[in-house]
Design a protein around this ligand. Structure first.
Ligand code: NAG
Ligand code: NAG
Length: 343
């Protein structure tokens, strides 16, 4: 549809005959109009690596000038040619029409979706397991294009456990290690067309979940246990210690004695010799939606030390404990226990 302004200009042009200068002078209104509305003409979806033109237009008298803002860059002109890289799922653009006469301007923004034909995918039907081979494929690349692999946004450093064929089309892990975890992307380049693939998040773990600490803990002595695991991306720091006695009916019960947990470390001062305690650590890799658990059984033994006088009375146990304070903290716990017992 022709705009009223253009239409009237055209009529004036037709009426006044052959001279181009004359009607233009006549058509130019004493007061400039517009920009009244700005439109961006172009497709709603574009394909990574392919050129596409977007045209900006506006109702202006005299003609507007146009400035584009595309992916953080500015360009002048009515038509903007874009080649989306595929790094983003959508492309945002903004066109500003400026009436040079009045200095008035108007903006219009448009967002289009980017289809990416290139992606990194694991070899179908392969399991991802620790120290086992694993294969990633750069899917959708032009066979004549140059392919490069990126990990977490940086050119991939090939380690001794990785193999790339001459055409770089696949990335083979001979033995999958925790250090291999990360976001993998391939980039295909052919002529001026450069496509950044949809990434594949290679998650690893939780692997090697373990609880470090002794198998035996002496009543009245503080013992530390730490849960650790290998994860990529890093495991949630909400590692949990569950606990429960050896008697199934006691599972989930709080360990007797003094107990505290801080992130992955628990500090425990047991108070009942000849019992066992099961600690369970739950590690979660939220990105991979996987979790792993590790349980450790700890036997509580009688307090150690030369002054030890085995006695069935708990009071004596507390006494021997007080004689052998390991740390100020332990002493504080002991006092706490004594007070607790007195109540
Ligand atoms: C984009 O426009 C330019 C001229 O402005 C033209 O040469 C080119 O072929 C156009 N590209 C497409 C994909 O239409
Ligand atoms: C393979 O990747 C390397 C860099 O990792 C690059 O230098 C080389 O050109 C690529 N070869 C092909 C055929 O894509």
């Amino acid at each position: 549809m022709r705009s009223p302004v253009t239409l009237s200009a055209w009529i004036v042009l037709a009426l006044t005959g052959t001279s181009l200068v004359f009607p233009l002078m006549d058509a130019a209104p004493s007061s400039p109009t517009g920009p009244l509305s700005v439109t961006i003409i172009g497709p709603e979806t574009v394909t990574a690596g392919e050129d596409v033109n977007f045209t900006c237009s506006a109702d202006c008298s005299p003609s507007c000038t146009y400035t584009w803002m595309l992916e953080g860059q500015t360009a002048d002109g009515k038509v903007a040619t874009v080649t989306p890289s595929g790094a983003a799922k959508s492309l945002e653009m903004e066109c500003t029409a400026l009436n040079p006469e009045s200095g008035k301007s108007l903006k219009m923004a448009k967002t289009v979706q980017v289809n990416n034909p290139l992606s990194v995918q694991p070899k179908p039907n392969t399991l991802q397991s620790f120290k086992k081979p694993f294969l990633l494929i750069c899917v959708g690349a032009d066979p004549t294009a140059t392919i490069e692999w990126y990990k977490d946004g940086h050119l991939l450093t090939i380690d001794t456990q990785m193999t790339l064929p001459a055409d770089n089309s696949t990335l083979k892990f001979n033995s999958l290690l925790p250090s291999h975890g990360g976001l993998y992307q391939c980039i295909s380049e052919k002529g001026s067309s450069r496509i950044i693939s949809v990434g594949y998040m290679l998650t690893s773990g939780p692997w090697s979940v373990k609880i470090t600490g002794p198998k035996m803990a002496a009543a009245g002595e503080r013992t530390d246990f730490t849960c650790s695991a290998d994860c990529s991306p890093s495991c949630t720091h909400g590692e949990v210690f569950k606990n429960g006695g050896d008697d199934p009916s006691e599972q989930g019960g709080f360990p007797s004695g003094s107990y505290s947990q801080r992130q992955t470390v628990i500090r425990w001062t047991p108070d009942q010799p000849d019992t066992t305690q099961v600690f369970t650590c739950v590690v979660e890799n939220t990105a991979a939606r996987r979790s792993a658990t590790y349980s450790k059984t700890v036997k509580v033994i009688k307090p150690s030390g030369p002054d030890l006088q085995p006695s069935p009375h708990p009071k004596d146990k507390s006494g021997s404990m007080a004689l052998k304070p390991r740390t100020a903290l332990c002493l504080a716990f002991s006092v706490g226990l004594l007070v607790h017992r007195a109540l």
